[in-house]
Ligand binder design. Structure first.
Ligand code: FES
Ligand code: FES
Length: 171
């Protein structure tokens, strides 16, 4: 079939609180739709094979790797990406602040997916143990940090979101 003859499907969804309507080819992956049609380039493509988690977004209350979801499967969904994490006035989310304060990133490539994943983790468990954090982010790979400061950043955010002072555990 010639490219011009590929039929497109209508999709409607909510992305970072905004209603989105678009026409997409049935084969279009959600990560490509977000990056190329919606210009949301926070979610990254690190592997395209569902291993790295750089493409993680929140979809209807679950962390998903958007390189393994067809856009048509997200029809009707409520999606959040890293672009929807800060407040409307630009105030950073506690997780973003935590990553900055605790040096939870180096190159930053994994960070958007890592933060979106951590956000869901903290929705489900407001006071996770270190082990629960490490298990919770085990689908997101970071080749730079060694994870220690990512764990601290998530602990910082958990404390801030619960209104208690963050105290680093003794090493
Ligand atoms: S790009 Fe999706 S998991 Fe790596
Ligand atoms: S900060 Fe570089 S991959 Fe995580």
């Amino acid at each position: 079939m010639a490219k011009s003859q590929v039929s497109k499907s209508q999709v409607s969804m909510t992305v970072n609180g905004k209603a989105v309507d678009a026409l997409v080819e049935p084969r279009t992956l959600l990560i490509h739709f977000l990056r190329e049609q919606l210009n949301l380039t926070g979610p990254h493509i690190g592997c395209d094979t569902s291993h790295c988690g750089a493409c993680t977004v929140d979809l209807d209350g679950k962390s998903v790797k958007s390189c393994t979801v067809f856009t048509v499967q997200a029809n009707g969904a409520d999606i959040r990406t890293i672009e929807g994490m800060a407040a409307a006035d630009g105030t950073l989310h506690a997780l973003q602040e935590g990553f900055r304060e605790m040096h939870g990133l180096q190159c930053g490539f994994c960070t958007p997916g890592m933060i979106v994943r951590a956000w869901r983790l903290l929705q489900e468990n407001q006071n996770p143990s270190e082990e629960e954090i490490r298990i919770g982010i085990s689908g997101n790979l970071c080749r730079c940090t060694g994870y220690q400061n990512i764990v601290k950043a998530i602990q910082y955010a958990a404390a801030k979101m619960s209104g208690v002072p963050f105290q680093e555990a003794a090493e």
